[in-house]
Write a protein that binds this ligand. Sequence first.
Ligand code: ATP
Length: 514
Amino acid sequence: MTQEELFKKLVAHCKEYGFVFPSSEIYDGLGAVYDYGQNGVELKNNIKRYWWDSMVKLHENIVGLDAAIFMHPKTWEASGHVGAFNDPLIDNKDSKKRYRADVLIEDWLAKQDEKIDKEVEKARKRFGEAFDEAQYRATSPRVLETATKRDEVHTRFADALNANDLNELRQIILDCEIVCPISGTRNWTEVRQFNLMFSTQMGSTAEGANTIYLRPETAQGIFVNFLNVQKTGRMKLPFGIAQIGKAFRNEIVARQFIFRMREFEQMEMQFFVRPGTEMEWWNKWKETRMAWHRALGFGDENYRFHDHDKLAHYANAATDVEYNFPFGFKEVEGIHSRTDFDLSNHQKFSGKKIQYYDPETNESYVPYVVETSIGVDRMFLQVMSAAYTEEKLEGGDQRIVLKFPAALAPIKVAVLPLVKKDGMPEVARKIVDELKYDYNVVYDEKDSVGKRYRRQDAIGTPFCVTVDGQTLEDGTVTVRHRDTMQQERVKIEQLRAMVDEACSYRTLFKKLSL
Ligand code: ATP
């Protein structure tokens, strides 16, 4: 199965099992907008809880906030979004499809890396044991030719982005002979800037109306509340403010399911520090956030850092945490050193002093900010991609199982009476009642037990508990484990402790060493 086929199956699975539906589907959907179904909303909430608690509960110096989506329009002038929150777009005149010019070039660069990796793999097979990868990469003429060309284009690309040189971006696309994947032609328009903010009107009449924006990031709600939180919470630097909320971007290209949406959710934490200490904190947060991702157990090799070629208008250092999606390594989270750009500009635009009095140095100053910013939906797709597994079973059967970390699973336990009689449903109901105050538990009595197991595998339920004849005699049940499919006999009184041990967030948090 190709990675593309795998991704298609994953999208279909999300719909079939109540995780993600296209928005307003009965009207044929709305571009890059999605709804979360009965299982999706649980997974999403669990991801949010994992993030929120790891920030707010486990750090004494991080507190939460829930700011409004609408903000005073001046906010977005001060933040630079009105002037600079743009993506370079390019159209193919034959297919009439629109692309992000930077993404076309980034994909071309990634292809060159793949080409080199393929050469290396071929050589490894050819030379066997004696293969010296470093030497091969340094001397193979074919590898060197591709690498030199790649590096040249990469330098041109970074320069063009930093100089905002749209003509040069177009020239790179032409020079690299990048074609439109739909029409296959190189009939490109000019490159234009496109502002990503959605706007709407506030006020009762159109004449008196004020244009306001749907926030494109949650961070500004934190910046404008910096002093409110610092003063009322008597916070001392360094400290952080965490927030989860909706953000909106009129993305030019929105083709990768929930990877790039027009309405999405962000989990952002702004960490305020003394000027001059920001690089130290940036490095610390890189480490902390990577540990958070890796604790989920999806394989350390599937995560990497990718430093930005072009720094955003507010940043002096920026890196992405990338995950190895079925469509390649892509950004899940950004970790940015935002300097004092935002607070200073809000100070300027509002005419209000936004400073911190540092009792240790006896000075007042505008703090610097290190931010961690992750998309809930993108994280959802990451977890889904990592968890989705197709397995061949003995006897030629196949199963699809979502191997979620137990704490994130939408449903923790399915309780199944073997048959619908002899008092088994009653005992099963009692078990549900015992567990339901702490966990999402389902009761299922339809179809064979085998079929019921498959249904739970497909939504990632860690435990299936079967009530059978023996239960009525000795008070034990069969517990079937999702990943190993192994079964064991457990006393009903021990179930709670067992589920607790496996599904509690404690297991994840302990790996973070916070
Ligand atoms: P990209 O380069 O992919 O457009 P970005 O660098 O603009 O993303 P940030 O502004 O750093 O993204 O946003 C922080 C995080 O918010 C991203 O790492 C991503 O997880 C999430 N995010 C951003 N845009 C979207 C979107 N359109 N849909 C879903 N999640 C998004």
